[in-house]
Design a protein around this ligand. Structure first.
Ligand SMILES: Cc1ncc(COP(=O)(O)O)c(C=O)c1O
Length: 395
């Protein structure tokens, strides 16, 4: 069955991949909702039951929006935000806006992937714990099974266990997706592009390789799997403005993938999922100036991360900083009698949050994270306070 609305084609490799056969038949057959703005967006707009007078807001209430955006707040936003997508396409080096899908954070993109690809109570996906929790939550919401192939965690390597994944592909030939988080959360560790390439080329896996790059801007340049998207129809990449761009509150994430996949997601999404204020702020973030500020902030946070690692490892009863440290957080062991100790890590976490005003994340119950806390890199001052509080507790 053809993909409704598709106007450009993406890569045809690898030969063993067929997207249409992965998509739920009801989604493939879906006649997308046609919203008013899909038809016309200029003229006297009496087509969408909007408020003809305008927004109920005090004058100048919305800071940072252009006057024309403020006066359009009573209108539904663009269903496509093509200019924003074009800027993302340019930055991530894919041909055009047809290769970009926008979501209300990458969390919405994750959910959309499940809803478009996975038949509830039938299909399965693969994750590689320790990993981002929403893959599991969305699987449960959508009644999708999870095959878990833990990362190789020895000495905090946090790399894919390719042999075990291969065995899982043989045992589960109908897997719909593999989620590869790179740099990983909570591991902070990049998965090299050759490894991702090998998963994409593995003929035993017929599903979609979803690379979650929420933290990729903190990693060295040239490590993004966006470079694979134009070569492999079965590779897509999710990114977000919540981390390197510091815009978690606007809820903007995106997927870079083949036009076929983007079209399917677009057909199934809510008509106006991304709001005008969000898109307007996103456009500014992707301006030359915005990108330069993002890069400068990343440099500062990465320097703060390196300084934090150097200092935190001097504190008694702090063990190793695990993983590759390619993100804006670190994973660190709390020791008791020289060994990582999960109950002590939990106690430190609770004491810090409840009595010392510093909130980190307990991760000791995750596979390969025994006795670990995950600590977001702060400003210089925040890191100083964090280190002082840890010293008080651990020395
Ligand atoms: C790996 C990973 N993916 C996705 C997300 C969600 O990002 P967003 O804010 O775009 O929904 C997070 C947030 O912490 C994350 O760590």
């Amino acid at each position: 069955m053809p993909i409704l609305g598709l106007s450009t084609k993406g890569p045809s490799a690898p030969a063993h991949f067929n997207l249409e056969s992965l998509i739920r038949p009801n989604i493939l057959a879906l006649q997308p909702y046609r919203c008013a703005r899909d038809d016309y967006s200029s003229g006297m707009l009496l087509d969408a039951n909007e408020n003809a007078i305008g927004a109920a807001l005090p004058a100048n209430f919305v800071p940072g929006l252009e006057a024309e955006d403020v006066s359009a707040l009573n209108r539904y936003p663009s269903p496509t935000h093509d200019e924003l997508k074009r800027r993302i396409a340019k930055l991530r080096n894919v041909p055009d806006e047809k290769w970009v899908f926008l979501g209300v954070g990458s969390d919405e993109v994750i959910d959309m992937l499940y809803r478009c690809l996975c038949v509830p109570a039938k299909d399965n996906i693969l994750t590689t714990p320790p990993t981002y929790g929403m893959y599991g939550v969305c699987a449960q919401i959508n009644d999708v099974g999870i095959v878990k192939v833990p990362l190789v965690t020895k000495n905090g390597a946090y790399q894919l266990d390719e042999a075990a994944m291969d065995a899982a592909f043989v045992a589960n030939p109908d897997l719909k997706m593999v989620f590869i988080c790179s740099p990983g959360n909570p591991t902070g560790t990049l998965i090299p592009l050759d490894v991702i390439r090998r998963v994409a080329e593995n003929t035993k896996f017929k599903g979609l390789v979803v690379v979650d790059e929420a933290y990729v801007d903190f990693a060295p340049e040239g490590t993004s799997a966006c470079s694979l998207v134009t070569q492999y129809a079965n590779v897509c990449v999710m990114q977000t403005l919540s981390k390197s761009f510091g815009l978690a509150s606007i809820r903007l994430g995106f997927l870079v993938g083949s036009p076929e996949l983007v079209q399917i997601l677009t057909n199934a999404k809510a008509p106006y999922n991304v709001s005008l204020p969000t898109a307007a702020i996103g456009l500014q973030a992707f301006s030359e100036e915005g990108l330069a500020i993002m890069a400068a902030n990343v440099r500062v946070l990465n320097a703060n991360r390196d300084a934090l690692i150097a200092e935190i490892t001097q504190i008694p009863n702090i063990g190793r900083v695990l993983g590759g440290n390619h993100a804006n957080f670190i994973v660190v062991e709390i020791l008791k009698d020289g060994k990582p100790d999960t109950p002590r890590a939990k106690a430190v976490y609770t004491e810090m949050a409840e009595n010392r005003g510093v909130v980190v994340r307990f991760r000791g119950s995750e596979i390969g994270c025994e006795g670990c806390l995950r600590i977001t890199v702060g400003t210089e001052d925040e890191n100083k306070t964090l280190l002082a509080r840890l010293r008080e507790l651990l020395v």
